[in-house]
Write a protein that binds this ligand. Structure first.
Ligand code: NAP
Length: 260
């Protein structure tokens, strides 16, 4: 049995939809006090109402440094501090390498990479005051481990998060803050469900466990990294992908099925 995280003050960026909402749900269900962020007020209000337990929201754009400072100040005011920062907000627009504009790069790096760093910087004073400060980034298998044509900028931003994580883990260790990341594979979110049955079937075929992941399954990995039991883990990654990165050659998943 893990030590309870009940009462912990948790900030989840991009917690209004998708994976972030799943992370917020798992923390709130376990008794944490949760503040979620996003830019769309309708989605934020709906998520805060729908999620179980103690969840409130603040509108903030992680690509804006001042917004991140305001978000951290509101967390301090409402929750009395920040014990856990889940830096999850991210975007993944498609764009072929030959066509990517400087604006495309600024948008993806601004949200996924600078947004991660701004969020951590803004929460640092509160995390330092917490006796058990935790930062958990939502990266991806795309970039750190795999590549997908059309997502070069996204992959670079997700791999960049891990470079940030490793140096930050060392810098923040004297303050007792750990910095880790989860790397989701293909997870069912509101957007992904719209892709259509054929595309979903193709995605599923590449996954040894033969299904897409759920947002709660990412939430549980994040929750583990926030527990007392994970206090000695820092600068590390947990891949949550149903084995998607494992097949060594095309057909390996089908081959394993035939052999079984
Ligand atoms: P999603 O369903 O589109 O949700 C993204 C969340 O981030 C929303 O709450 C969105 O709210 C918020 N957001 C986006 N840009 C923001 C900004 N500039 N400032 C503040 N909030 C912002 O996406 P998702 O699939 O859950 O992805 C969440 C994270 O998981 C991302 O970092 C993504 O790279 C990663 N990931 C996802 C998958 C997957 O299969 N779904 C796989 C690997 C990694 P607003 O739009 O209202 O701001």
């Amino acid at each position: 049995m893990f030590t309870s995280i009940a009462g912990r003050a948790v900030l989840v960026t991009g917690g209004t939809r998708g994976i972030g909402k799943g992370i917020a749900s798992v923390f709130a269900s376990n008794g944490a006090r949760v503040l979620i962020t996003g830019r769309d007020s309708d989605a934020a209000r709906a998520a805060a109402e729908e999620l179980p337990g103690e969840v409130s929201y603040v509108l903030a754009d992680v690509a804006d440094r001042e917004d991140c400072r305001r978000m951290a100040a509101i967390a301090q005011e409402r929750l009395g501090g920040i014990d856990v920062l889940c830096a999850n907000a991210g975007i993944f627009p498609e764009g072929r390498l030959a066509d990517l504009t400087e604006e495309d790069l600024d948008q993806v790096f601004g949200t996924n990479l600078k947004g991660t760093i701004f969020s951590v910087q803004a929460c640092l004073p509160a995390l330092e005051r917490s006796a058990r400060g935790r930062v958990i980034l939502t990266s991806s298998i795309t970039g750190p481990i795999t590549g997908v044509p059309g997502w070069t900028h996204y992959g670079a931003s997700k791999a960049g998060q891990l470079g940030f994580m490793r140096a930050a883990a060392i810098e923040l260790a004297p303050s007792g803050i750990t910095v880790n990341a989860v790397l989701p594979g293909n997870i069912i979110t509101e957007d992904l469900a719209d892709l259509g049955k054929a595309r979903m079937r193709n995605m599923t075929a590449a996954i040894p466990l033969r299904r897409l992941g759920t947002v709660d399954e990412i939430g549980h990995a994040v929750l583990f990294l926030a527990t007392e039991e994970a206090a000695y883990i820092t600068g590390q990654t947990i891949v949550v992908d149903g084995g998607q990165v494992l097949p060594e050659f095309l057909g390996a998943v089908a081959g394993a099925e035939a052999a079984g």
